[in-house]
Design a protein around this ligand. Sequence first.
Ligand code: ADP
Ligand code: ASP
Ligand code: MG
Length: 498
Amino acid sequence: MSELRTAQQRVGEARTGLVVMKFGGTSVEDARAMLRTAAIVRGRRERGLAVVVVVSAMAKVTDLLLAAAAAAGRADKAGALAIAARLRNRHLDTAAELLCGELFTQIERAIQVEFDALDDLLRGIAAVGELTPRTSDNVVSFGERLSSRMVAALFEQSGLDGVHVDARACIVTDDHFGKAAAQEAAIERKLTELVLPLLYPASAGLYSANAERGQTPVMGGFIGATAEGITTTLGRGGSDYTAALVGGGLHAGAIEIWTDVNGIMTTDPRICADALRVKTISFEEAAELAYFGARVLHPSTILPAVQKSIPVWVLNSRNAENEGTRITAMAPPCASPFKSIAAKKKLTIIDVVASRMLMSHGYLKAVFDVFDKYRCAIDMVSTSEVSISLTVDSNERLPEICAELKKIADVKLEGHKALVCLVGEDIRGHNGIAGRVFSAIRHINVRMISQGASEINMSFMIEESDVEDAIRSLHAEFFAEPDPTVFDVEARVVAVKA
Ligand code: ADP
Ligand code: ASP
Ligand code: MG
């Protein structure tokens, strides 16, 4: 049968019958959302697809776990345990709504055991009064550990052959806690060893009464472990990245990112209510958007998919019929220069003014080495005869970075800045775009400008408080008459009628 043949494929060949489906926090936020998720997965299996499911923690759980960890780090044991108690009840209530019989008993016990362990961990942190990145990762991992157990049990109960896989056994990372780097070769080996036989039982030489119909592995996104087994995380929003790593490692035919909007939109619909769905977008465009702040995708998501040319879809779990956005190697040409506008807040501009040696050989290197040492990514750079302006995420290492820079320059910081980025492959073919962009936002003070090295983005820095105004003005300028081959114009017609 085709599925068996798929299982026997040589490594490197795409398993077109395999789809990795990732459900974000809102898609598993409560019992109703989890049931919707089960229905969507059922639909894929009924089409004969093998499915691996990656889930985020239930909505807001990661934030609350971080708050509990921070409280414990301040020695506020009672505060930390109170948050954990609320989370315990939320998980128990959801399990009670979803599951019955022996399955409920099993999951209830598992939830209690996990929360007892979490309480112990928080007590330990509070006793020392110090939170390390390593312990923080351990605390925050409970969100995905629990949601994945519950969803796997629901899938078992619902006839979807759900089976839980501990992501920490497969997603091997380095020990950069808080934002660990994935080790793709090791991940591929683990997935082949632990997940593939669940999908295609016969290929592992195991007897199965239902050899052509494998199970549905469910794993938590965002979390991983070092080769020594110490829990790590991939950075906020990292479940998308897990999905791409799993899709890449298993050579899946498609990766689906299920979220709470109809796909990648022309801008964040929370900022601009008439944002439109982008039907198809290129890997390169999606990567720029994700990097420059469109939360709908984690910035690292695209890479494993690109390397193996796996199409990625962004879909709405509250509106499963919608076609979503397809991200592929090549996007069709578009009549408008831009596909989408993103914004990244909480940035700081650092002005480095050379006291001596003006831009002499090796000076830029000395400046960049400081950022490298603190693993601090720079978003935008502009130089003049005597100064360099750089923008960085406002991270907690800024004081140390500045102290080092002051050894070689005068340094000035300006916080509360934001970067607005317009992305589109078709910028290339259009003249006079910069004129249109800056005339649309002429009432806003622009601090730095860059036309991206990739030639598919145009970005500028403004005050954080001007972001919404800038985005709405640009959206009105560039998406008033959208190209219907690329954008879902119907959506606007419906919105206007409603
Ligand atoms: P999930 O929990 O499913 O991972 P996220 O909250 O991380 O969901 O991402 C989805 C959100 O991303 C949307 O609700 C939307 O507000 C925001 N967003 C930002 N930019 C865009 C964009 N260009 N297109 C779609 N959504 C966007
Ligand atoms: N739960 C994690 C977060 O909120 C990871 C994710 O949802 O992608 O950041
Ligand atoms: Mg997300």
